[in-house]
Design a protein around this ligand. Structure first.
Ligand SMILES: Cc1cc2nc3c(=O)[nH]c(=O)nc-3n(C[C@H](O)[C@H](O)[C@H](O)COP(=O)(O)O)c2cc1C
Length: 246
């Protein structure tokens, strides 16, 4: 989709979705390969607007989004996070045996995943936009506090999908949190919830793959299949995920 240049965002309406809500939701996959095209301000505005429309406890809106594009601090932060990403992936690739078994077969899903991850982390500094979703803490850390930031993260990813862009949510910031706080002046009372990368996808969007619906949805009591939990025709599944209900 080509966006007309928008000079005055205060009068410009939001851009039109390229996809309906349900279809977009079912095709919002983790996008890790981006073209070098910058994300236009009108698109970024729409994405963060959608993110900040998310629900939060008592509508407190404790979410904040630190957006890193092409400024000098953005470059430094991307370099820091890129270093962390490469460390995290290298450890995971070894620990989970990405080069073993079917991973040794060049065209297997495992090998393709490993190549895509390797490229993602190797080229991290070139990601057009990195967003750090943050949570302004207003009480002692609690197991439910993520519920006031992660819906906003998903809105952000859905909005990117709605406009022909794409992203991935990661935990790469965890390894360099102290350095990021210092570089970006992030107060102690603010939690860094994730690292989200955004850009124009190099490939195309596709259906997300999950376990069959009847493994994930119960009715009446734990483990009881729900009569309505039937995947629509053409649903693609994955073997990844939780153990099957027994
Ligand atoms: C809490 C959370 C943490 C994640 N961490 C990472 C990560 O560190 N690196 C990464 O590349 N993807 C990460 N992802 C993306 C998942 O790998 C991805 O959503 C999942 O494999 C399903 O793939 P799909 O979104 O393409 O359907 C994370 C997703 C979530 C929700």
């Amino acid at each position: 989709m080509t966006m007309p240049p928008v000079n005055d965002l205060s009068t410009a309406r939001l851009p039109t979705d390229v996809v309906g809500l349900l279809e977009g939701l079912c095709t919002t996959r983790a996008i890790r390969r981006y073209s070098d095209e910058p994300v236009p301000p009108a698109i970024l505005r729409a994405i963060v607007f959608a993110a900040t429309r998310a629900p939060s406890g008592s509508n407190r809106q404790p979410f904040r989004f630190l957006v890193l594009t092409d400024g000098p601090k953005a470059a430094e932060a991307k370099a820091l996070i890129g270093r962390a990403a490469r460390g995290i992936w290298s450890t995971k690739a070894q620990r989970d045996g990405y080069a073993r078994g079917s991973g040794a077969v060049a065209d297997s899903p495992k090998a393709r995943m490993a190549r895509s991850m390797q490229r993602y982390v190797d080229e991290f500094e070139r990601v057009p936009v990195v967003v750090l979703p943050c949570l302004v803490r207003y009480r002692e850390p609690h197991v439910t506090e993520g519920a006031s930031i992660y819906p906003a993260c998903q809105n952000l990813l859905l909005a990117a999908r709605a406009l022909g862009f794409g992203g991935a949510i990661t935990g790469f910031q965890t390894l360099v949190e102290t350095e990021l706080r210092q570089l970006l002046d992030i107060p102690e009372a603010v939690a860094l919830a994730a690292t989200i990368t955004l850009g124009r996808p190099e490939g195309s969007h596709g259906q997300v793959r999950r376990r069959p619906l009847n493994e994930l949805v119960y009715e009446e009591s734990w483990g009881q299949p729900a009569s309505f939990a039937v995947d629509p025709p053409g649903t693609r599944h994955t073997a990844a995920g939780p153990p099957t209900a027994s």
